[in-house]
Ligand binder design. Structure first.
Ligand code: UDX
Length: 457
């Protein structure tokens, strides 16, 4: 099939390259000339595992290209995928990029003779496709939906760092549409993904599935963090022991004949310094703002954000409690990215924590294997020592604060400094028994818990 993808961010580029990989003829559209040039040379403009290999392979076999020429790209194309950003503007999602693309797709459709499906992949609140995107395309094309073109909503479930794998091996393909012709074309688009679960539904439900999925995961992170705060006030309880007991519920980790299954979901039922990234904070806030527009109260979702915002304070309090005086102290920050495996620092708790520590007068030295360049952009006016060499930031420090669970921190206890200063673990990633002075979210004592759980390897 001939497919056009609007947008070459994480979602657009990953979707475009993967659809080319399974045999479609894909053209991505981007208005930025340097992005077009770079991608056509096979140089990825996003940092994502495996993307460069697939990009080069599909450019070579003529199944993938990028252009700024929309008219040429859309000629004879059967599907246009909208994958542009929908940033949160502080009150609600900003639809300006998506509206612009919808308008220009509509203008092209004026000249189209064959049926064309417009597929929305960007994350948008329920009703947006039907009430905003559809009228824009109808107006600019002069054609009614389903007369000459169809409209589908097809949310993405791509996590940064595993996005290629998530696309190539989908856990679900959600197709929201109204007309049989549209469903048929969308099913053809995804036909190479044999044996995948395809959920066909209406457009608004497809929009809602995306929000329900992300707010659910964000909720269980905040739930774990609230339980962690309850554990923190009793020095006999360690949240990790508590969560081991929760995880062992057979409805969360079923016991099969072959042994116990440990679903990936359990890693979200884990305490930490809070969720970040380009999706969870934005999606929870967007759906809260949608609820308010609908004059609906959503106290649970509001609490998810409140608990998350407070986690940064929980960690700062632990640093202050353990150092007493922050002014003039050198503090080591391990990890800047919002999660390991990415250079993305959007909504990373590390930003707020570094800002707070600087305002208290601390001197910061920070390590991250990937995210330093981006973080320097945020703190360009501050004196922070950044290094990609771990040992560089472990010298002459008063405390070590772990904020991203990068695998290279697992052996921190072998560094002599880590036995001399407080180690404050914002991800409960380190083994507390390996340190002389360990402090963690949901664990508030040098005394160890009496509750010993035999963790099976
Ligand atoms: C998320 C969704 O997972 C993805 O399906 C959706 O399409 C986009 O949003 P992403 O933002 O890349 O993807 O990151 P994800 O790996 O889900 O992490 C989000 C937050 O959850 C991070 O703050 C991370 O620290 C936390 N997290 C992630 C956990 O607590 N446990 C995990 O196992 C993974």
């Amino acid at each position: 099939m001939k497919v056009v993808v609007f947008g070459t961010g994480y979602v657009g580029l990953v979707s475009g390259v993967c659809l080319a990989e399974v045999g479609h003829d894909v053209t991505c559209i981007d208005i930025n000339k340097s992005i077009v040039k770079s991608l056509n040379r096979g140089i990825s403009t996003i940092s994502e595992s495996k993307i460069s290999t697939l990009l080069l392979k599909n450019i070579k076999n003529n199944r993938f290209k990028v252009t700024g020429n929309q008219q040429e790209a859309m000629q004879n194309a059967q599907v246009s995928i909208i994958a542009v950003g929908t940033p949160f503007d502080g009150h609600k999602i900003d639809l300006s990029y998506i509206e612009k693309v919808a308008k220009s797709i509509g203008s092209e459709l004026k000249n189209h003779s064959s049926y064309h499906v417009v597929c929305v992949k960007s994350t948008i609140v329920p009703g947006t496709t039907d009430n905003i995107i559809k009228p824009i395309i109808e107006k600019s094309s002069g054609k009614k939906c389903d007369e000459a073109w169809g409209l589908a909503m097809n949310p993405e479930f791509l996590a940064e760092g595993t996005a290629i794998n998530d696309f190539m091996h989908p856990d679900r393909i959600v197709i929201g549409a109204e007309f049989p012709r549209t469903f048929n074309i969308m099913k053809e688009l995804y036909s190479p993904f044999k044996n995948s679960l395809v959920l066909s539904t209406n457009i608004a439900t497809a929009e809602m599935i995306k929000y329900a999925s992300n707010t659910f995961l964000a909720s269980i992170i905040s739930f774990s963090n609230e339980i962690a705060s309850l554990c923190d006030v009793n020095n006999k309880i360690d949240i990790l022991d508590v969560m081991s007991g929760v995880h062992a519920d057979k409805r969360l980790s079923p016991i099969l004949k072959t042994g116990r299954v440990k679903p990936g979901l359990l890693s979200f039922l884990h305490p930490g310094v809070g969720f970040g990234g380009s999706c969870f904070p934005k999606d929870v806030k967007s759906i809260i703002s949608y609820a308010s527009e609908m004059k609906l109260k959503v106290p649970l979702l509001k609490a998810v954000i409140n608990v998350n915002d407070n986690q940064v304070q929980v960690l700062i309090r632990k640093i202050v409690d353990n150092l007493q005086i922050i002014k003039g102290q050198k503090i080591t920050i391990l990890g800047l990215a919002f999660k390991p495996g990415t250079d993305d620092i959007r909504e990373s708790p590390s930003i707020k924590i570094i800002k707070a520590l600087l305002s208290l007068g601390a001197k910061i030295q920070a390590h991250d294997p990937k995210a330093i360049k981006k973080m320097k952009g945020i703190f360009s006016n501050e004196k922070i020592y950044f290094s990609e060499v771990l040992d560089d930031v472990l010298e002459k420090t008063s405390a070590i604060v772990l904020l991203t669970a990068w695998p290279e921190y697992k052996d921190l206890h072998f560094k002599s400094i880590a036995q001399k200063v407080p180690v404050i673990d914002g991800r409960r990633f380190l083994e507390k028994k390996n340190f002389k002075h360990y402090v963690g979210i949901g664990y508030n004592s040098s005394k160890s818990s009496n509750f010993k759980i035999q963790r099976k390897k």
